[in-house]
Design a protein around this ligand. Sequence first.
Ligand code: NAG
Ligand code: NAG
Length: 736
Amino acid sequence: MRGIAIFALALTLVKGQIDLTRDKGAAGADVVEATLQQIRESCIFPSDYLFLRRVAYVMTKDGTGPDTYRIGFDGGIWQINQTEFALTKTSTAISQYWAPIKAAFNIDWATVQWSDLRRPLYSGIAAMLTLLRVSAGNVPRALERQAAFWQANFLTENPRAAFEFLSETQNLDGTCTTNILDMAFIVDSSTSLSPEDFERAKQFASDVTGQFTVDPNNVRVAFVTYSSGYRANFDFQRYTTTSDVQTAILAVQKTEGGTDTDLALKYAANSLFTAQAGSRPSAARVVVIITDGRSDNKIDAYKNSQMLKDRGITVFVIGVGNQVDRQELDNLASNPTCTHVQELQQYSELDSLKTEIKDLSCKALVTLDNGVYNYPCGQRTNFQVNPVAVRSIVVRPSTGSVRVYGSHTNPQPNDAFRDFVAVATPTNAATVYVTDATRPLYISIQSNNPGECVTNYQIDVVPFNALNKNSMNVCIKKDVTTICTTLDVLRGMYPVTQPSNLGFPNKCSTNTPGLYPHPYSPYRFLYCDYEGQAYLVDCPAGFYYNDQVKDCVKGVPPTPPPSTRRPVTVPITMAPPRTFPTMQPNTATPGVTTQYPLQPFPICTLENYRLGLHFFEWAANETKYIMCSEYPGMGRLKDCAPYHKWSQVSQACIYKDVVIDWTRDIYQTTAKADNYGCTPGLKDDSLFYHAHPYDNSKFIQCDEFGDAFILDCPANEIWYQDVQNCLPGVRNVKSG
Ligand SMILES: *[C@@H]1O[C@H](CO)[C@@H](O)[C@H](O)[C@H]1NC(C)=O
Ligand SMILES: *[C@@H]1O[C@H](CO)[C@@H](O)[C@H](O)[C@H]1NC(C)=O
């Protein structure tokens, strides 16, 4: 039972599904992020340009402020008062959103009570509706304008409100979750663009870059322009500091000509996002396309953009000018398009967009394929694992611990909204085993709390079950996150079979579920599950099963007292398949008690044993044979019955010569009339042993001529027909 306890321990540490965004009184940055994530990804509202994110912080410190959930005020994290709330249910200016809210969140807004706003998602939706009502759909973009709007509409009595909004949200914009980023700007330089607008586009790219710290280990930036053809101004490894990148961007010269968006995207997919150009598979990879017009070759532009997206590269599209073809922008961008496409009327609006692009880029997902990845600790990185039939993701930090959050629905799973969380340490990895997944799995790895990992962690993505007892295991089967069973974990560690015939009595129907020694082989063990099913498990080469530890341990098994061990005469279930017939030698001589001490035999290798090769001829005397033990290099020298000799081909003792009746009679212990079911003409693979009809301490051995021999089991042992061997048991003689 200790084995089960060890396995069970690893399972219970995985916490289950959580969505705090619908829980009354929930608070914290993770709750706010997860709430706004859902509102944004629903794509039913226009962008709020991070306004609600900022309001949550300024208003209630993301709900952690002591007054947030005060008695008598139900406004929640966004502090929507009763008057404002009532208007969300009555104002025709926003009535168009009620049906989509029902469809996206299954919330019937007409029946929502003010008290429901104690739930973050409800408060967030009410805040969004209020914002859209008050701004008449024109949400201010720039931070300064938002601050002014905030004071004018929500905190009129506080003359310092705008200033406070501005100063308090400075801290918010400084947080970036992913620092390992390959960011490529692909900028339209065609003739339809005025030189001034091109300068502004460059200034925008430079400003976005200025919000990151460019260095080879973190953020890398590349820059491409296009008109008739494209120009690769610089790739990811060209510049290694923020200021060098900014200087280089501002120095790019405008070209003139058509709009070959397709060629620029093709270059990005085939040449820019490669190791040669300094792109890293371990990085979040982002493309920002800035364009004023329509592509000359739409079909190829879509196709080439799709190549980028298929490789897990996030594509943002910023449309500028009056010539914008919204459908083209949507087709080029990643999904959901509502968060990946920005339309600007003027290039001057680019400035207000830089924080959003930075914020979204920071959250871009790294796509994990099979391979080994290394990341620095102390931050938060978001991953996407595309669905495949079988895959394991193993996370292990070199020091401290990291948290592994996962979800199928939230691209940024966290403490507030996730399907699971597991904690990994240097000795206990976290292993996520995914089978039959139909949707991508999102994983967020975080170690930004004090006391967590500060060095680095490794992710191994492998196409098989990599579950381990010494790991925090999560199993995702057919898209459902479950607790990994002991069987899942055993299968991740060892070859497991469920033979129809174990080769010995199946005690699992009465045994407590757990791990048990194999009755004959020290290199195998038995797992009984909760339904009484028996599974055979093989230890790896060089390991044997230790029942104290309830696991395979390295080394050679201790030699048991000879009396408690019986030879493995019929390893029916022994894998791998054997080429020899199952006929076994006569291991006991009638009426003769012989000691067969263990002694060294070089042919008794572990490899032979595991192949099922247990019996060998002994060159010095054909009437004897070597029976290998489970202990490498050790075996017993055994005698064939009189007048018999060893046949290596038959794997049995056979008669030496043509047998004449009188000689056989001597050794035949019963009358020939009663042959105990032995029939003449037995072949190598025939059944040569039978149970004795009334004494279970005896058994019958047939020979190839149909003769029957009654043999005795050793003391205190009885015959088991299914095992074809004597084992300890209680003698039972039926009368008659
Ligand atoms: C609710 O909030 C709005 C906007 O901040 C304000 O104008 C109004 O007076 C508030 N109503 C109540 C009852 O506090
Ligand atoms: C082979 O072993 C048997 C039984 O121990 C013995 O009687 C016989 O003499 C041996 N034969 C030879 C050739 O040594």
